[in-house]
Ligand binder design. Structure first.
Ligand SMILES: Cc1cc2nc3c(=O)[nH]c(=O)nc-3n(C[C@H](O)[C@H](O)[C@H](O)COP(=O)(O)O)c2cc1C
Length: 222
C-alpha cells in the first residue's frame, strides 16, 4: 500500500492591522498546533491589511449563466490569488479582532469576496465550493466573554458554514490593547487587572488555539 501524504495546506487569514497583536498571536498558536501534529504542513499566514483590495462590487459575474466566471470572483486584484488558495486549503482559519462589536471591515470585505461567489442562487442556495475543508474562526476582543457580540459573529459564521463548513471557534477575551497603558487616556479599564489577565488567562487562550490547530490537523487527515 502506498503511503499518501498531502502537505496539509493551511491558510490563516488575519484580519487585524497589527502584525504583532493579539489576533496575530492566536493565529501563530493555531499554526503551532497544526505543526505539532504535522511537521510537513505548509502553513501560510496572510495579513489582509498588506493587500490592496475592496469587498464585493456586485458585478454578478459569479452568477452569470454559462460564464467562465460562474461561481468565481471575477475581480483580478491583489487578493484574487489569496481567494483561490484559501478555497483549496485543507485547513482554513479566518481571524479578526472585534471592531465596533463586529469583525473588521477588511475581514468582512474578504468574506464577501470568498463566500458570495460560491453561494449560488440555484435551488436551495446550493454551495458551489468543491472543497469542504476544515474551518476555524478566531476572534479577539476587549470585552469579557459575556459581552461578546455573539449574534454578529454567528451571522458571519452562518455563511461560512453554508458555503464551506461550520467553523470551530476560539477567542481571546478581555485583551490587553496597548503596549503601555500609561501613555494613553484610559479611565474605563483597570490596567492592573488587564495585566494580570494577560499574564494568566491569555496563555490559556493561546493554548486553546494550539489545541484547535492540532485537532483540526487530525480531522484534516481523515
Ligand atoms: C477601531 C477599534 C474598535 C474596537 N471595538 C471593539 C469593540 O467593539 N468591542 C471590543 O470588545 N473590542 C473592541 N476593540 C478592541 C480590540 O478588539 C481588541 O483590542 C483586540 O484584541 C485587538 O486585536 P489585535 O491586537 O489583533 O489588533 C476595538 C479596537 C479598535 C482599534
Amino acid at each position: 500500500m502506498p503511503e499518501i501524504f498531502n502537505d496539509m495546506k493551511t491558510m490563516i487569514i488575519n484580519g487585524s492591522p497589527r502584525r504583532e497583536g493579539n489576533t496575530a498571536r492566536m493565529c501563530r498558536a493555531f499554526a503551532e498546533g497544526v505543526r505539532s501534529r504535522r511537521s510537513d504542513a505548509s502553513i501560510e499566514i496572510v495579513n489582509l491589511y498588506d493587500y490592496d483590495f475592496k469587498g464585493c462590487r456586485s458585478c454578478f459575474a459569479c452568477k452569470l449563466k454559462g460564464a467562465a466566471t460562474y461561481g468565481k470572483c471575477a475581480v483580478r486584484d491583489a487578493i484574487a490569488p489569496v481567494l483561490e488558495k484559501a478555497l483549496e486549503a485543507d485547513i482554513l482559519v479566518l481571524a479578526s479582532p472585534v471592531y465596533l462589536m463586529d469583525v473588521t471591515g477588511v475581514y468582512k470585505s474578504f468574506l464577501e469576496r470568498l463566500l458570495f461567489p460560491k453561494a449560488s442562487y440555484e435551488a436551495g442556495y446550493r454551495s458551489l465550493a468543491a472543497n469542504r475543508m476544515q474551518v476555524a474562526t478566531i476572534y479577539t476582543m476587549n470585552v469579557p466573554k459575556e459581552m461578546a457580540p455573539e449574534r454578529v459573529l454567528e451571522s458571519s459564521e452562518y455563511f461560512i458554514g453554508h458555503v464551506l463548513r461550520e467553523p470551530r471557534r476560539v477567542c481571546a477575551y478581555d485583551t490587553y490593547q496597548f503596549d503601555d497603558y500609561s501613555r494613553y487616556e484610559v479611565e474605563v479599564f483597570d490596567e492592573s487587572r488587564k495585566r494580570v489577565r494577560r499574564a494568566e488567562v491569555f496563555p490559556l487562550e493561546l493554548e486553546e488555539a494550539r489545541d484547535l490547530g492540532r485537532s483540526m490537523a487530525v480531522a484534516a487527515e481523515a
